[in-house]
Design a protein around this ligand. Structure first.
Ligand code: NAD
Length: 420
């Protein structure tokens, strides 16, 4: 494929699909990996993460051929549009990519480019690991109890973008349909109204929950918790929970147990190698992750719950400057930090690149470069434990050295060199 505005790196080869059914990849020694710096602080944390990932690849005998792509503000300058088709095509073609944050205006203006990218590439699982790194200050007493991976459904729910603005003919039509044809009278107040639709499908729920259970089995994690608000939203969030249990029963047999089965058949003693699937109501879960943190491993939930919950969990392990993430589809990965574009700090060489670096670590892991991935984690942890931190952590610790974004990345690179 030839591109108009994108420079294709001279060195490097494309990652290809090795197995259509499992989504397994062929990863060359020097893969071409697209990167979008993104808006706001994206151009601070993007290059910083690139340096660290280059060092980790080099230390493990590989290299990365970066391919710079554009979305958001940088794409408006180059292409006069927010999300050029070339950008989407290049990520689709190269399968594994990393991006920084993209700004979304609230209310009016364009819709979220992040949501659009996830939908266009069918990246149905947004996976957010939350684990504590030694030396990172936290508002809780025992932050190391947190070691959770949230699988957030990425394509459905109230994020699907099926909504109508107050005052339009469309919203009036939907209101009349709901009241006159579906009989839901006396529910919607008179006057201007905006209406959104919350689709939760069996297909979307099961493929997300399957990813979460497979991850738990592959990584020796004992539980998968389905988080929902099914007591109120019975036919959407309640259905998600029911489809989760149905999937566990249909596809995993004795390898996956419910909490009832665990007690009735095993007296509460979980057999080696099994996974227990349980469910919790979302509001209760938000307090459980604070009060019973160590009881939760892998979470599977819908789009909105997952967004709230992973930010709250992220706060317990050091906040948005630390929290990494990645979006997965079938044989595809687009890594991205949880945080947004924090416009007030843009270009100040000040913010913490750890979230972007650790998102890169998730990407390395997906490539099967486990040694490089571990090196990144260890080097970041060593750097922070030495008290070398950016402003966000520095103001919470005693002593320590306050580093700029670029200085922090250099310190991590030095530690990669020392540890390898
Ligand atoms: P934000 O994450 O951009 O910033 C909130 C606050 O968190 C910042 O003011 C800062 O104090 C702190 N913070 C964030 N990242 C940090 C870092 N790397 N180091 C240190 N501190 C950090 O959230 P927001 O202000 O709600 O959103 C700003 C814009 O980002 C909005 O347009 C929003 O839509 C967008 N956004 C994009 C993504 C994405 O691209 N995936 C995610 C969330 C928000």
């Amino acid at each position: 494929m030839s591109y108009d505005q994108i420079d294709v790196p001279e060195a490097g080869e494309k990652i290809t699909l090795a197995d259509e059914e499992t989504g397994e990849l062929n990863v060359p020694e020097t893969p071409i990996i697209p990167i979008i710096y993104g808006d706001g602080i994206g151009s601070d944390v993007g290059p910083a993460a690139q340096k660290v990932l280059d060092a980790a690849a080099e230390a493990t005998g590989r290299s990365i051929a970066w391919m710079r792509l554009y979305a958001g503000g940088s794409a408006r300058e180059k292409y006069d549009e927010n999300l050029p088709q070339e950008t989407v095509d290049a990520i689709r073609e190269h399968r594994v990519a990393i991006k920084g944050p993209l700004t979304t205006p609230v209310g009016s203006g364009f819709r979220s480019l992040n949501v659009a990218l996830r939908k266009k590439l069918d990246l149905y699982a947004n996976v957010r690991p939350t684990y504590h790194l030694e030396g990172v200050p936290s508002p809780v007493k025992n932050p190391s109890a947190m070691d959770m991976v949230t699988f957030r459904e990425n394509t459905e729910d109230v994020y699907a973008g099926i909504e109508w603005e107050a005052g339009t003919d469309e919203v009036q039509q939907v209101k009349e349909f709901v009241e006159d044809e579906m009989g839901a009278t006396g529910v919607i107040h008179d006057g201007p109204v905006g209406i959104g639709i919350k689709p939760i499908t069996e297909f979307g729920s099961k493929r997300l929950i399957r990813e979460a259970i497979n991850y738990a089995i592959a990584n020796g994690r004992p539980t998968v918790t389905l988080v929902h608000k099914g007591n109120i939203m019975k036919f959407t969030e309640g259905a998600f929970r029911d489809w989760g249990y149905e999937l566990a029963e249909e596809e995993y047999g004795d390898n996956v147990l419910t909490e009832d089965e665990l007690w009735e058949e095993h007296d509460g003693e979980q057999p080696e190698g099994t996974v227990v699937v349980q469910d919790r109501i979302a509001d209760n879960m938000l307090q459980q992750i604070l009060t019973r943190t160590d009881q939760y491993d892998v979470i599977a939930t819908m789009n909105l719950n997952g967004d709230y919950m992973s930010d709250a969990a992220g706060a317990q392990i050091g906040g948005l400057g630390i929290a990494p993430g990645a979006n997965y589809g079938h044989g595809r990965c687009l890594a991205e930090p949880v945080h947004g574009s924090a416009p007030k700090y843009a270009g100040e060489n000040k913010v913490n690149p750890t979230a972007m670096i650790l998102s890169g670590r998730e990407m390395l892991d997906y490539l099967g470069w486990d040694d490089a991935a571990e090196l990144v984690r260890d080097a970041v942890e060593t750097t922070i434990s030495e008290g070398n931190v950016t402003y966000d952590l520095h103001r919470q610790i005693e002593g320590g050295t306050k580093l700029a974004t670029t200085e922090f990345a250099e310190a991590v690179v030095e530690n990669i060199e020392q540890l390898s």
